[in-house]
Design a binder for this molecule. Sequence first.
Ligand code: HEC
Length: 157
Amino acid sequence: MKFQKIFAASLIAGVMSCGVAYAEGPHDKAIKARQAMFQLYSFSAGVLGDMAKGKIDYDAELAKELAGNLNAAANLGQSAFWPAGSDNSNPDNLKNRALPKIWETFPAIGENAQELKDAAAVLAAEAGNGLDALRSSMGAVGKSCKGCHDEYRAKKR
Ligand code: HEC
């Protein structure tokens, strides 16, 4: 039964190639974890930014809560999120934008992380004290995000 053999062979090949296509890279979980952290940064800073710009009403309680969340996220221990080899140059990795420079110049990136921690601490203390206080403490946060992205994040995935 030639046909059946060919069919069976192509089925096996198909299954195997699916296996290869969907295999998890060795660092995918760590990459997902750090990207989840950045999504938390982004959501918190995004809503606060909308308040600061007047796109949504200022709400002291919510501002305080979100700034507290950003501050907590900025202070997460990150050692396990950045294993060597989890940069964007390795095709085995989940698509990501972490430039190899992070590891090549380590621990320099820690200075940028510290900038965010400092700015987020001020924001957490100020965000609930009125719109002006929120506005004046948001700038340093945004600057710290951009500063690190300019140095260490690829423009595209
Ligand atoms: C110390 C450096 C650093 C700081 C500070 C930083 N980022 Fe990033 N950010 C990165 C790097 C590197 C990546 C790429 C990570 C990856 O793709 O795995 C990234 C990725 C992201 C992503 C994409 C996440 C995803 O799902 O792929 C968002 C959104 C983001 N950052 C937002 C922010 C915001 C908002 C701030 C400031 C509140 C911030 N980042 C501060 C380095 C930084």
